[in-house]
Design a protein around this ligand. Structure first.
Ligand code: EPU
Length: 292
């Protein structure tokens, strides 16, 4: 059965992924869906599972590069209000997986709850942030997370408690298909002090990263005890260009996509940087960015 049958109002074909990624690059998804409720999501995932159609969940597209040839299967965007709720229970914030991390950060600060303020300026959804344990040099969202509700590739819902959650540097064991909801347990603090701390983090981030450009954050993970950005900078690679893809002059671990850029340009530039760092420093850089 075609996977759209019964889901005509939420599934469309050939949606350009460039419209949904921070890079503004990437070909079309074979199928693209924006479910309005968790029940719709589960029914659609079960249909795809039965029909052997691969499903991918798109957060807010801030940490992915979609190839120019696009993606086979279904891409699901969890942007509907039902997936983006943010509510408070004592010192916990409970958020939908589709909620914007930035909104969660500011609402916890306004509420006088400390923990997430250092994540200011990190784009993307809570689901994406948890999947890759998004964070700063001092830690990630995972250290505050005590519960998550996830959906398997077969469309089953599970709850993971704190002792079943494991977070490391830019990684987590939340590798099921989708994250529906998460609970972070925070600490009470003075809202004014918190807002000041958040602002300090934001100023530092803005000063060191090319936030106003088309990019997808850091391209490579930091090798243990080192900084990929510093290595690429010291190798003299800032400003290196392939087609419309350029290594940022502001922070060497960012690749900027200029207007005529293609995903292939970015991929070739990634290879060039990786090969140069391997040849010159003997270090194999690992991608932080996800490539679809
Ligand atoms: N540096 C350079 N040249 C550059 C970039 C950095 O010399 O072009 C030097 C800096 O001067 C500093 C050191 O490298 O001495 C570290 O730089 P920075 O503080 O910018 O941190 P980073 O290790 O490059 C990490 C995260 C960022 C996060 C910042 C701030 C990774 C791969 N990157 O960057 O996360 O915002 O710390 O906490 O872990 C991301 O994950 O997408 C991301 C941007």
């Amino acid at each position: 059965m075609p996977i759209e049958t019964g889901f005509e109002n939420i599934v469309r074909r050939g949606e350009l992924m460039a419209m949904h990624t921070w890079f503004q690059l990437g070909g079309a998804a074979e199928y693209f869906a924006e479910p309005e409720t968790p029940d719709q999501l589960l029914a659609l995932v079960k249909r795809c599972h039965a029909e052997g159609v691969k499903v991918r969940i798109l957060g807010r597209g801030s940490n992915i590069l979609v190839r120019d040839e696009g993606v086979k299967g279904l891409v699901v965007h969890l942007g509907a209000p039902a997936f983006c709720e943010i509510r408070f229970e004592d010192r916990s914030v409970v958020t939908g997986g589709g909620a914007l991390l930035g909104q969660v950060v500011t609402s916890t600060v306004n509420r006088g709850l400390a923990g997430l303020e250092t994540l200011v300026g990190i784009p993307g959804s809570v689901g994406g942030a948890l999947h890759g344990n998004a964070g700063t040099r001092t830690g990630g969202i995972g250290q505050w997370t005590i519960q998550a509700t996830v959906v398997s590739a077969a469309g089953e819902v599970f709850q993971r408690q704190a002792d079943e959650l494991a977070f490391g540097y830019r990684q987590s064991n939340l590798d099921e298909l989708a994250i529906l909801e998460a609970r972070c347990q925070l600490e009470e603090d003075n809202p004014r002090e918190l807002a000041k701390r958040m602002q300090k983090h934001w100023i530092l981030k803005k000063a060191s990263q090319p936030l106003g450009h088309q990019s997808a954050g850091c391209v490579f993970k930091n090798p243990r005890g080192a900084s990929a950005g510093e290595m690429i900078d010291q190798a003299g690679l800032k400003g290196t260009r392939i087609g419309g893809a350029v290594v940022s002059e502001r922070h060497a671990n960012f690749i900027i996509a200029e207007p005529e850029c293609t995903s292939e340009d970015v991929l070739r530039l990634i290879d060039l940087v990786r090969n140069q760092i391997l040849e010159r420093l003997g270090v194999e850089l690992e991608l932080e960015l996800e490539v679809w």
